[in-house]
Design a protein around this ligand. Structure first.
Ligand SMILES: Cc1cc2nc3c(=O)[nH]c(=O)nc-3n(C[C@H](O)[C@H](O)[C@H](O)COP(=O)(O)OP(=O)(O)OC[C@H]3O[C@@H](n4cnc5c(N)ncnc54)[C@H](O)[C@@H]3O)c2cc1C
Length: 337
């Protein structure tokens, strides 16, 4: 593989994913994390924004701490396409040479990042849950769960640039908004022909999935196989509704066909950090814990006192969830009344 002169590369770039003119929430998390990394290294935190008619997002990116926004604007970039977006991002990276490039591990990020990494002949670590700067050599240490979450692998990219990571949504702390913070705009000169884009977007259909916002929820009530039947989720819904929360689930409940995957919490589902997480009939397998153990307060309801979920729970209720949950709902109604 061709060697690059790594001293030519500087700054951290965050890919400012947007859909229909709205920033993806993960961008704010990447800017939060990017700020920390940039401060440790004493380098700049920048963002790259790609799209058509999305100029209104530039100020928003500044307000979350971006110092320079590289802006790729073109009517051909109205909708996300792998080849169109990858091309302009690769061209911008080749021109401006960021040292570190962070992308949210969303569907778009997971699609685009490997395409960019292979075009640039550089390393990519997918789905990172922790990023750190090595104090000795200033390289980025990228940690991600591997082998079904049983080990955490820390990966470095010593000789190629940029060092690229996709980062799991919901894991990093959000950047704090400061509407007074202003940055610099760099309009990237694009070399994009219609023939560069081989995909034609016919229609964008919003699925029900978008309505489940586990990452933003302050309260999540999750159900597992311990519910015994799909009907059990009605009880979970009732409790979630009382607490203004959303319904989560274990993978086993998804595999059983009781609930859609968009509700799944865990390593192969969504990572969540709500104020309150209530796990009902969930054993607490490592892959489930990987997605929720950073919640502020965890309540577990399980009839097995030895269930591993109790090891991470702040409050544990041992018993049948069909006895316990209706009592909680009743108490909440008493408080309301
Ligand atoms: C590569 C890989 C990725 C995975 N990713 C995920 C993931 O993202 N998310 C995830 O959740 N799992 C994931 N899993 C699966 C995970 O290993 C577990 O199988 C799963 O989390 C178990 O779900 P559960 O807790 O609902 O079921 P179980 O482990 O069967 O636990 C059910 C629990 O309910 C309790 N219970 C039963 N009846 C009642 C009752 N009436 N009242 C109260 N408690 C009751 C039982 O005591 C038990 O503890 C993954 C596995 C692999 C290999």
């Amino acid at each position: 593989m061709e060697k690059v002169d790594i001293s030519n590369y500087k700054d951290i770039w965050v890919y400012a994913e947007q859909r229909q003119g709205k920033l993806s929430p993960v961008v704010i998390e990447l800017l939060g994390e990017g700020r920390k990394l940039a401060d440790v290294k004493g380098i700049k935190l920048n963002a790259i924004l790609v799209g058509n008619d999305v100029g209104h997002l530039v100020d928003e990116l500044y307000s979350y701490g971006a110092e320079t926004v590289y802006f790729c604007q073109d009517s051909k970039l109205e909708n996300y396409t792998t080849d169109g977006y990858s091309k302009v991002v690769c061209d911008a990276i080749n021109e401006f040479k960021p040292e570190i490039f962070l992308i949210g591990a969303t569907h778009i990020g997971r699609d685009m990042a490997p395409r960019i990494a292979s075009r640039l002949n550089t390393g990519l670590t997918a789905d990172c849950t922790k990023l750190e700067i090595d104090e000795e050599d200033g390289k980025i240490k990228q940690t991600r769960p591997a082998f079904g979450g049983n080990i955490m692998a820390t990966i470095i990219c010593p000789e190629n640039r940029p060092q690229m990571s996709t980062v799991r949504p919901g894991v990093m702390d959000k950047a704090i908004k400061n509407p007074d913070h202003k940055g610099e705009l760099v309009k990237v000169n694009l070399d994009l022909k219609a023939s560069d884009i081989r995909t034609e977007v016919k229609e964008i259909i919003k699925s029900e999935k978008d309505l489940v916002s586990l990452t933003d929820a302050e309260v999540i009530v999750s159900g597992g196989i311990g519910l015994g039947t799909q009907e059990g989720f009605k009880l979970i819904e009732q409790l979630a509704e009382k607490l203004n929360g959303v319904v989560g689930s274990s993978r086993a409940a998804v595999d059983a066909g009781w609930i859609d995957h968009s509700h799944q919490v865990g390593q192969t589902g969504t990572t969540v950090k709500p104020k309150l997480y209530i796990a009902c009939g969930i054993s607490g397998a490592i892959q489930h814990l990987a997605g929720m153990s950073d919640s502020d307060t965890i309540v577990a309801i399980n009839k097995n006192p030895d269930a591993p979920i109790f090891q991470v729970a702040d409050y544990g209720l041992v018993g049948d969830l069909y006895d316990i949950i209706p009592q909680i709902i009743e108490e909440l109604e008493n408080i309301e009344g």
